[in-house]
Ligand binder design. Structure first.
Ligand code: HEM
Length: 473
């Protein structure tokens, strides 16, 4: 960039020189110095995205000793490829992540390791082919229509909690696609149970961070276990009902549950406990992540009304309500770019952690089985070496002509390598359909006086919900 004096200056310097710096969406500022032991444990429990220092956003690799052991934060695309793809067999999921998630998700695809994971991934892959995902479009569209109808019944300019609304609609989509004949309990109470469960059990307890044995009581988790019970019982009832239906030889709906039960009967298929574990996994991994993607997209569009107008033009030109078929969704390039940019700035899975099985060298840095290897999409997507003006909301980065310039390993909302998100295509299709339907009929504004703050629990969400004003277009 050339200033009026003719000197070349960096974008950040130019922002400081201008009287009004460009507005950027909210994020905790990087720390100048790393947190000490107690501070780190506290931050891990309350909001892990606040632990990062300026160095993390500027250097490709930061290896440090911490109270929870050596931590290697990798933000170099080549080194990330080494960990997640080229030498993936030397890494297992981070102990912390598995400890936090396993009590609720059992040995499902997200938390299983080794042969058990491999077998499940093979058995489940056929349920997530592009053709089958496209087959879920009618269910997604009808849940989007139901949301629009619910909102139409409200007076214009009603205050809503957009985060809660998105949680509701994404759970309804999962209900329809996993078990099209319905859930055993009220979706709303199940949604509440899941959110509460992820909120309480999902917080990193200091004992887990310190790797203390699991028999030591973790105070403050009682509520999580209780809600987990509701979740567990609902899933068991649904599976039992469908098994009965299949046993009677009746025709079963072609939803994810039938696909899972069929996967159980194939050679090397799923074990009985793995069916339940994977239903819990799909609900937990699939609803809050997608809900947050939509919430952040709505927030960012209200934050940058020029982009909201561009999006409205695209949707209005598409004429009819979301048409089915991937080719018509492919035309919604601005819709997709907004979603991808929301996933860059506020990645729902804000950290991907790995534990080396044996010693390794990551871009010249030695790591051992004691090292926590962290690939943080939060850090990576805001890294100074990889992005131009990383804090700015600019969906044009993801428009078709520029999209291919983004390094595959600089943008990881869904991870990469063998453990890449199995539901990525499902989630993107769902987010496009719902955002397009909302934009067609409504415009959401920020609620005056409310400060939006990202907080990382298991997923990255707006703290305390997302109050917005719902207006008809
Ligand atoms: C925007 C929404 C979503 C985001 C951002 C997201 C993100 C991720 C990420 C980053 C991983 C890799 C974790 C790692 O490598 O440690 C992952 C794995 C996974 N995701 Fe998603 N996900 C989303 C939606 C979904 C949906 C809709 C489903 C299911 C219906 C799903 C199911 C899974 C499963 C089962 C895994 C584990 C895969 C394996 O280990 O083989 N996700 N997800």
């Amino acid at each position: 960039m050339t200033s009026s004096t003719g000197l070349d200056i960096e974008p950040e310097t130019s922002a400081r020189l201008h009287p009004v710096a460009p507005r950027v969406p909210p994020a905790p500022p990087p720390r100048e110095k790393p947190l000490g032991g107690i501070g780190l444990l506290k931050a891990l429990r309350t909001n892990p995205i606040t632990i990062w220092t300026r160095r993390h956003f500027e250097e490709p690799i930061v290896l440090r000793r911490t109270i929870i052991g050596p931590m290697c934060v990798v933000s170099d695309p080549g080194a990330i490829k080494h960990v997640l793809v080229d030498n993936a067999k030397n890494y297992r999921k981070g102990v912390l992540q598995t400890r936090v998630l396993r009590p609720g998700l059992g040995n499902g695809l997200l938390t299983a390791e080794g042969e058990r994971w491999r077998g499940q991934r093979r058995a489940l892959a056929p349920a997530f082919t592009p053709r089958l995902i496209e087959g879920f479009q009618p269910a997604m569209v009808s849940m989007a229509v139901r949301l629009i109808e619910r909102w139409r019944a409200l007076p214009d300019a009603s205050p809503i909690d957009a985060a809660r609304e998105m949680t509701h609609v994404t759970l309804e989509v999962l209900e329809r696609t996993i078990f099209s004949d319905g859930l055993a309990s009220e979706p709303a109470s199940l949604a509440q149970a899941i959110t509460r469960y992820l909120d309480t059990l999902g917080r990193v307890h200091p004992f887990d961070a310190l790797d203390l044995p699991s028999w030591l009581p973790r105070f403050g988790r009682g509520n999580g276990r209780e809600t987990l019970g509701i979740f567990d019982r609902a899933v068991e009832t649904i599976i039992a009902r469908r098994r009965e239906l299949l046993a009677r030889g009746e025709e079963a709906p072609r939803d994810l549950l039938t696909l899972l039960l069929e996967a159980q009967t194939t050679e090397n298929g799923l074990a009985p406990d793995e069916v339940k574990a994977n239903i819990a996994t799909f609900i937990a991994a699939g609803h809050e992540t997608t809900a947050n993607t939509l919430s952040w997209s709505l927030f960012l569009l209200a934050f940058a009304p020029e982009w909201r107008e561009r999006l409205e033009r695209e949707i209005d030109e598409a004429q009819d309500d979301v048409k089915l078929g991937s080719s018509s969704l492919d035309r919604l390039v601005i819709t997709k770019a907004v979603i991808e940019e929301a996933l860059r700035l506020y990645p729902p899975a804000a950290s991907i952690t790995r534990q080396p099985i044996g010693e390794d060298e990551i871009a010249g840095h030695k790591v051992t089985s004691k090292t926590r290897v962290v690939i943080s999409p939060w850090v990576l997507h805001r890294h100074r070496r990889l992005w131009n003006e990383p804090e700015r909301f600019d969906p044009s980065r993801f428009l078709p002509d520029k999209r291919q310039r983004i390094d595959r390993f600089a943008y990881l909302p869904f991870g990469a390598g063998p453990r890449i998100c199995i539901g990525a295509g499902f989630a993107l299709q769902e987010a496009i359909i719902i955002l397009a339907a909302i934009t067609r009929h409504f415009r959401l504004d920020l609620s005056p006086g409310h400060e939006v703050r990202p907080v990382q629990r298991v997923t990255l969400r707006p703290q305390g919900g997302l109050p917005m004003i719902l207006r008809r277009r």
